[in-house]
Ligand binder design. Structure first.
Ligand code: FNR
Length: 188
């Protein structure tokens, strides 16, 4: 059994440390997780006037989430909250009313920052949104990553054993969480 996981990177920067983190997580994930990025950079700004007849990029976003069996969000923290591009994607995916793409999806949140709290407040904000959107979140372990560039290669190799262990455990626990949720009731 392979589980299909769609992941979001909450930064559009070409130098994103969260993109580096995403590569590390893909490398360290258990073999039976198939991770595919769900891109958010080409989405228009959310406008509820367009919900019922959304632009193509939005339709593709919703299809990608619905085709996944679980969702992983890897995000920076901007001004102690969710980066705009990510919040925009979450809002599009949650709509229109009654067609929320996150309904019952197993989900996890992680993020990296150069600062000491390692995106804790952004992750709390994302959790609040996912909670309202009725996703089945992994609540433990949490992972607030203070990003040290010396620990990561650009392709996501992790040179520090302790960091590698934390990220590996996070992904193993996420895999168990996905199995637990989907065993109770598979996603339709
Ligand atoms: C930041 N940064 C930041 N860091 C943090 O730990 N808490 C914060 O609230 C903020 N706020 C913030 C706002 C804005 C607009 C920017 C551009 C940056 C710094 C941030 O963690 C750093 O730029 C990271 O490198 C951003 O992640 P990516 O884009 O490299 O993945």
């Amino acid at each position: 059994m392979v589980y299909r996981v769609g992941y979001f990177v909450g930064s559009l920067s070409k130098d994103s440390i969260n993109r580096v983190l995403s590569k590390a997580l893909v490398k360290l994930a258990p073999d039976d997780l198939e991770l595919t990025e769900i891109p958010i950079g080409d989405l228009p700004l959310f406008n509820r006037d367009d919900e019922m007849d959304p632009p193509q990029a939005v339709t593709e976003l919703k299809r990608a989430i619905e085709a996944a069996q679980a969702i992983l969000i890897i995000t920076p923290e901007y001004n102690r909250s969710i980066p705009g591009p990510l919040k925009n994607a979450l809002d599009w995916a949650s709509r229109p009313y009654g067609q929320n793409s996150f309904d019952h999806v197993p989900a996890a949140v992680i993020g990296a920052s150069p600062g000491n709290i390692g995106t804790a407040l952004a992750q709390q904000s994302v959790r609040g949104v996912l909670s309202f959107c009725n996703a089945r979140q992994m609540t433990s372990p949490e992972a607030y990553i203070k990003f040290d560039p010396e620990v990561y290669g650009t392709d996501g190799e992790v040179t520090d054993e302790g960091t590698r262990a934390i990220l590996t455990t996070f992904m193993q626990e996420f895999r168990t969480h996905i199995e637990r949720v989907l065993t109770v009731l598979p996603r339709a």
